[in-house]
Write a protein that binds this ligand. Structure first.
Ligand SMILES: NC(=O)c1ccc[n+]([C@@H]2O[C@H](COP(=O)([O-])OP(=O)(O)OC[C@H]3O[C@@H](n4cnc5c(N)ncnc54)[C@H](O)[C@@H]3O)[C@@H](O)[C@H]2O)c1
Ligand SMILES: O=c1ccn([C@@H]2O[C@H](COP(=O)(O)OP(=O)(O)O[C@H]3O[C@H](CO)[C@@H](O)[C@H](O)[C@H]3O)[C@@H](O)[C@H]2O)c(=O)[nH]1
Length: 495
């Protein structure tokens, strides 16, 4: 799975109880916040041979992790976690003070979600995690932020750590660094063990040598190492996510054109993607980006630069966000248009492209059985945070449609958010008697659906391919009308 070999170094009971680095001289690590990022980081660091202590404020999460169970879906992670919990190299606790006394390097992986009702990031958790460590560390240590934060946060926290420690006269030197994380959900283990690059922002002499020790395996594999100041490190992270979001919205803006004049958005993406200066990746047109990172990070960046008095600087990201959200309107509009064409009913005029939707047409949608395939924000994850697919499913339901949802891993998280939608246990069950099918997350099992077999289950062979992954010609041969996002829909074709 990984080319980086783990060194076998199971800690002795004595090592685990005493302060200082491990018997083999390697630093001991703690990871504060054991969600998608932190649990992955902790398990991967154990895989690399370190002794690791994971800390979280959620006792239920810590109980599961301590039993070797991953509380979310991430390919490859359960195996690592089980192995290293069993060996004792990886432990979990809710007690941050235990970590403060035990580890040499403390990684911070707590959440930085969007503030409710505001664009800015909520830094409550990061502040609390760093301050609780600063109050409890009683020896030399390094605090390393991995959470995504607005520029200026690390320097502010560095000052706060010094202040707290001076006030309390605590022993030991504590330095703070920032080491942003670039892992993708679904590939989190691979991205942590073999990252594209490592970026560390430092503000003192201890951080770089210690972090080089922590990442020795990646450095031996020639991973680019960018050691810089705190501000650059923070900015690299949000710049990368802003660029990726912009790339997706760029192609999705072209979808609005091809939906109007005709044309093939996939061919367009392929053709510009051949230019190596542009590249084909992240040019997949569809229902757009979601998740716990891209949407909130572009909003937090805009909020931060406005705070800095640079109101115009990131204004284009408001447009990136808007284009992205309009993709969801487009799926809802298209569902209305296809159903009204199929049933010979009059739909309200669709919203002008580039304009805000007038809201779904309740009359057309009322009681219509719609199958939604996929509700996570991307395949190979159970994450439904800001998921375009779940948003669309809920809007259709709210407008009166009889929505049946199936996702291979996301049903439970989606049901916790929108309990009134109907969730079923298979694609077949979702398809049963459906008058319209929406493919909104491109799980492999949906790409592999057999159009003939699927056709026998539904009431009407109508499908919106919200991710442009199906072979439209093959589905067409089986009698389906498939409309991909970014493709023009001609209502007359169904009349
Ligand atoms: N999810 C990703 O793929 C990913 C990738 C790169 C960067 N990031 C960034 O990493 C950070 C974490 O994201 P996530 O998706 O893992 O979030 P998450 O919500 O899955 O996990 C955050 C965890 O932190 C815990 N927590 C909160 N306050 C705490 C405290 N004071 N002490 C200990 N634990 C505490 C929560 O209980 C939760 O388990 C965010 O800043 C995010 O932007 C995430
Ligand atoms: O061509 C594309 C590529 C992606 N997406 C969508 O974009 C979203 C984000 O996808 P992806 O970036 O693969 O997922 P994340 O796991 O959120 O990872 C992003 O966010 C993380 C958290 O900051 C970063 O660490 C990663 O580098 C960055 O890719 C998903 O909804 C995808 O469906 C598209 O619509 N079209």
């Amino acid at each position: 799975m990984t080319e980086i070999a783990a060194s076998p170094a199971t800690p002795s009971e004595q090592d685990a109880a005493s302060a200082g680095s491990t018997g083999d001289g390697r630093p001991r690590l703690s990871v504060i916040g054991t969600g998608y990022l932190g649990a992955t980081h902790a398990a991967c660091m154990a895989e690399l041979g370190f002794e690791v202590l994971g800390v979280d404020v959620d006792p239920a999460k810590i109980a599961r992790l301590s039993r070797g169970e991953v509380p979310f879906h991430e390919p490859g992670l359960p195996e690592l976690l089980r192995t290293h919990v069993a060996s004792g190299r990886l432990r979990f606790t809710t007690d941050v003070a235990e970590a403060a006394r035990w580890a040499d390097v403390h990684f911070i992986g707590v959440g930085t979600p969007q503030k409710v009702g505001e664009a800015a990031a909520d830094l409550t958790y990061v502040d609390a995690a760093v301050e609780s460590l600063a109050r409890a560390i009683d020896r030399d240590a390094l605090i390393v932020g991995k959470s995504t934060v607005p520029v200026g946060t690390a320097r502010r926290l560095s000052g706060r750590v010094a202040e707290i420690r001076a006030e309390q006269g605590l022993p030991g030197q504590v330095e703070l660094a920032w080491n942003p994380e670039f892992l993708r959900e679904g590939f989190a283990v691979q991205d942590t063990l073999t990252p594209d690059r490592l970026v560390v922002g430092v503000a003192g002499p201890r951080a770089e040598p210690l972090l080089r020790e922590v990442y020795a395996a990646q450095l031996a594999a020639d991973t680019p190492w960018i050691c810089t100041d705190l501000e650059t490190a923070e900015l690299v992270k949000v710049a990368a996510n802003a660029f990726l979001a912009t790339k997706i919205s760029f192609i999705n803006a072209f979808s609005e054109i091809t939906e109007t004049v005709g044309g093939d958005i996939r061919t367009l993406a392929d053709a510009i993607g051949h230019d190596t200066r542009i590249g084909r990746r992240f040019l997949n047109a569809g229902v757009g980006f979601g998740g716990g990172c891209l949407p909130k990070d572009i909003r937090a960046l805009q909020a931060r630069v406005s705070e800095l008095g640079l109101d115009r600087t990131m204004r284009f990201l408001a447009e990136v966000d808007d284009i992205n959200l309009r993709r969801r309107d487009r799926v809802v509009d298209l569902a209305v248009q296809m159903l009204s064409a199929a049933h010979g009913t009059e739909a309200d005029a669709p919203a002008p492209r580039g304009g805000k939707t007038t809201g779904p047409d309740r009359q057309v949608l009322q009681g219509k059985r719609i199958a939604v395939l996929g509700v996570t924000f991307k395949p190979d994850s159970d994450d439904v945070r800001d998921s375009p697919a779940l948003d669309v499913a809920n809007r259709l339901f709210t407008a009166g449609a009889d929505v049946r949802v199936y996702d291979p891993e996301g049903n439970a998280n989606a049901a916790a958010r929108f309990p009134r939608l109907e969730y079923v246990g298979s694609a077949d069950a979702a398809l049963e008697d459906a008058e319209l099918v929406l493919l909104l997350t491109e799980w492999a099992e949906f790409r592999a659906l057999d159009p003939e077999e699927a056709g026998r289950r539904v009431a009407a062979r109508l499908l919106i391919d919200g991710r442009n992954v199906l072979d439209v010609a093959a589905w067409g041969e089986a009698g389906w009308t498939v409309v991909g996002l970014g493709h023009r829909f001609d209502a007359a074709s169904l009349a």
